[in-house]
Design a protein. Structure first.
Lengths: 369, 329
């Protein structure tokens, strides 16, 4: 009961955060969006008025009247006659119902009709494959390595892991990515190696068209899946090499701290076997702390390293689309940028909520009494 | 008195650190009869907790050497295999109650889960039966039975300490090592725990090693007292002798620094500080702080050169009264 109640509280909490974030984006957006829309409305009205003038060059006042009526009607239709706060709520509603509008520069994305929802939907699987898999794998491997390392404190392998962690923490993810492309894509081709890797991209062009509209169809095709894996190896390795060290370092510290607690000595004194001591008295109590760090790091990992890595490998994910939206056209593609910010917040909140459930299950101290 | 339950014979325990070898316990011997309570007294860092760790064979990982013998019921338990010690002695015969700190219990397991583990491991009792036994034991230490389903953070410090004691008694061990069991508790709770320990000793015929820095508290429980200083035992005897006529200047100093609520007692303190255990003073380790050494010229060249032997002084209590000091030669 306590578990459900506290989960309920967390869920309400996260929804509130989402609404606040959404309100801020929407409010900020209500300014530029309405000026864009107003310009659009005026262009349309002017076109009609000019058509009227062409028809009858002497009807200047009539044309002005037509212009005014059209502007008024369209502004009413678009809600531009409403105060900004009301418009903000319109925008919030559109965001919540995934009615995200159209890209200003649809030709940059190659997704037909330029609908923002479609652009993001085409990039989401790529992000899930690389980022989610990358985070999970690096966390699992890193925590495992760090725990082993802590239990063999001071040994040669422990010191090796710590050197590796220190070095990998200092390496920028994008740089490793570039080095990997140079070594495993460029150099391997130069020496005519039978095995080499792609320069970038998520799939070969023959599959990429399908991927953009229907990723599920790609997964039904074995050779396409193999092609995807071939493209995945270098970016995933980059992500793993850079991130495992940090996890290992953190897990090691937490485990070392727990291992010197009195209750661990009590557990040994009680006659528990070393395996039981490690699993029930060291790893179990350490788990909530490790999870907390995952919770804290995920936004940095997600919005920091991974976005840039996607660009380096031209990996069709949210980060790559973000980059196109901001830089490709000279002016930012506002609808796409806003929708991406909202979508990644949404993604983050879903991840946090899943981790919260885990956290509450693992640590009785955070459950509601 | 019957046969000794525990004999600690010339035990040495050294740690290796980056600064050198720390001689935490350096040749300590004492023994304990069944049903007797020994108070092991000394300042922090004198090696008393290290002796407790040696008795349950759970020393820190940087220990460089452990020598000597610990005989339990006549059998050396320091040199048997880890697995044999774990299965035959841990908790079954020797239980340990750590300091009343916030972390003697695992925060993510219920009290019940933690209490029944020894029963399941050593006696192969099924879970429900074990839980019943745990509840009985909780009742014996004055706690409600439904605590088995609670988590440690839901209990107060005093309750946690009672749980730790109940957990120590669950297999009815012969020897219970109490490592400063009340030092983190307020005085009322402390008094309650001391009364509980007395009652349990009577009820279950327990043998205690009570480790404390508090001589006054030790007098509540102890049949005999062993005073440690800088890794060595400086005085050992029945509590009647130690409290009535302490012999070693260090014990006298300890007694003098115990405050009393009434009376015009002037608190004395000992000048200087506990010596380094890496390079302990030669001869008697207490001589740099000893008031007699400072005031009596004839002791120069003796106390600071030769280690004092154990001298059997006159005693009224059941135990011999041994003191390691040149004053009584």
């Amino acid at each position: 009961m306590g578990l459900l109640r506290s989960l309920g509280f967390r869920a309400i909490n996260l929804v509130l955060i989402l609404i606040v974030v959404l309100f801020i984006i929407s409010y900020a957006l209500s300014g530029p969006a309405s000026s864009v829309l107003e310009n659009q409305v005026k262009i349309e009205a002017r076109a009609v008025a000019q058509a009227v003038l062409k028809h009858n060059p002497n009807a200047a006042s009539q044309a002005q009247q037509v212009y005014n009526t059209i502007v008024a009607q369209l502004e009413k239709a678009y809600g531009l006659d409403q105060p900004p706060i009301i418009r903000t709520f319109y925008i919030m509603w559109d965001m919540l119902s995934f009615n995200w509008g159209y890209s200003f520069f649809p030709q940059n994305y190659g997704v037909s009709n330029g609908k923002v929802v479609n652009i993001i939907a085409s990039a989401l699987p790529g992000t899930i494959i690389l980022d989610t898999l990358g985070i999970l794998l690096s966390a699992i491997i890193g925590i495992y390595v760090g725990t082993r390392s802590a239990l063999r404190y001071g040994s040669l392998s422990d010191r090796g892991v710590m050197y590796y962690a220190a070095v990998s923490n200092g390496l920028p993810q994008w740089w490793i990515g570039i080095v990997f492309i140079i070594v495993f894509a460029v150099m391997l081709r130069e020496v005519h190696s039978p095995i080499y890797f792609p320069f970038g991209g998520i799939l070969d062009p023959k599959y990429f068209g399908t991927w953009l509209v229907n990723p599920a169809a790609v997964f039904a095709n074995v050779s396409a899946v193999l092609n995807l894996l071939w493209h995945l190896i270098l970016p995933l390795l980059t992500v793993l090499i850079v991130n495992i060290g940090g996890w290992a370092y953190f897990a090691r510290t937490v485990v070392l701290n727990v291992a010197q607690e009195d209750f661990v000595t009590v557990a040994r004194a009680k006659g528990l076997s070393e395996n039981q001591v490690v699993n029930k008295y060291i790893i179990r109590p350490a788990a909530p702390a490790i999870l907390t760090s995952i919770l804290i790091t995920i936004p940095f990992v997600l919005f920091g390293g991974f976005l840039v890595t996607e660009v380096v490998f031209q990996w069709w994910g949210l980060g790559y689309v973000y980059n196109i939206a901001i830089t490709a056209a000279g002016t930012p593609d506002t609808p796409v940028v806003v929708a991406l910010t909202y979508a990644s917040t949404l993604l983050y909140i879903v991840i946090v909520f899943i981790l919260e459930i885990l956290y509450i299950m693992l640590d009785p101290r955070v459950r509601e009494q | 008195m019957g046969m000794a339950l525990l004999e600690v014979d010339n035990i040495h325990l050294y740690y290796s650190t980056s600064k050198g070898i720390v001689k935490a316990v350096d040749g300590v011997s004492f023994e304990l009869e069944e049903g007797e309570t020994l108070a092991l007294v000394g300042e922090s860092g004198c090696g008393k907790s290290t002796i407790a760790k040696a008795l349950i064979r759970l020393w820190e990982r940087n220990v460089s050497s452990v020598t000597g013998e610990i005989r339990f019921e006549g059998r050396d338990v320091l040199h048997i295999s880890d697995e044999e010690f774990r299965m035959q002695y841990r908790w079954k015969k020797i239980a340990w109650v750590p300091q009343a700190s916030m972390n003697s219990l695992n925060p993510v397991l219920t009290i019940g889960e933690q209490m029944i583990e020894p029963l399941v491991i050593h006696h192969d009792v099924d879970k429900d039966k074990a839980l019943m036994q745990a509840m009985d034991m909780l009742e014996a230490v004055g706690l409600p039975r439904d605590i088995v389903r609670r988590y440690p953070h839901q209990l107060s410090g005093g309750m946690k300490q009672r749980v730790a004691i109940a957990m120590a008694l669950i297999l009815m061990p012969k020897l219970v090592i109490l490592d400063e069991p009340t030092s983190a508790l307020d005085v009322i709770t402390q008094a309650n725990i001391m009364n509980l320990l007395k009652r349990l000793r009577r009820e279950f015929k327990l043998t205690y090693i009570f480790i404390t820095h508090d001589l006054a508290l030790a007098s509540e429980l102890a049949d005999s007292v062993a005073v440690m200083y800088a890794g060595k035992l400086v005085e050992w005897g029945s509590s009647d002798d130690i409290y009535v006529s302490p012999k070693h200047p260090y014990t006298v100093g300890l007694m003098g620094s115990v405050p009393t609520l009434r009376g015009e007692k002037k608190l004395t303190f000992m000048p200087g500080e506990v010596p380094s255990l890496i390079n302990p003073p030669t001869g008697c380790r207490f001589y740099p702080r000893c008031p007699y050494f400072a005031s009596r010229g004839e002791l120069k060249g003796l106390c600071d050169r030769d280690e004092p032997p154990y001298i059997d002084v006159e005693h009224k209590g059941a135990r011999r009264h041994l003191v390691s000091c040149w004053l009584y030669k």
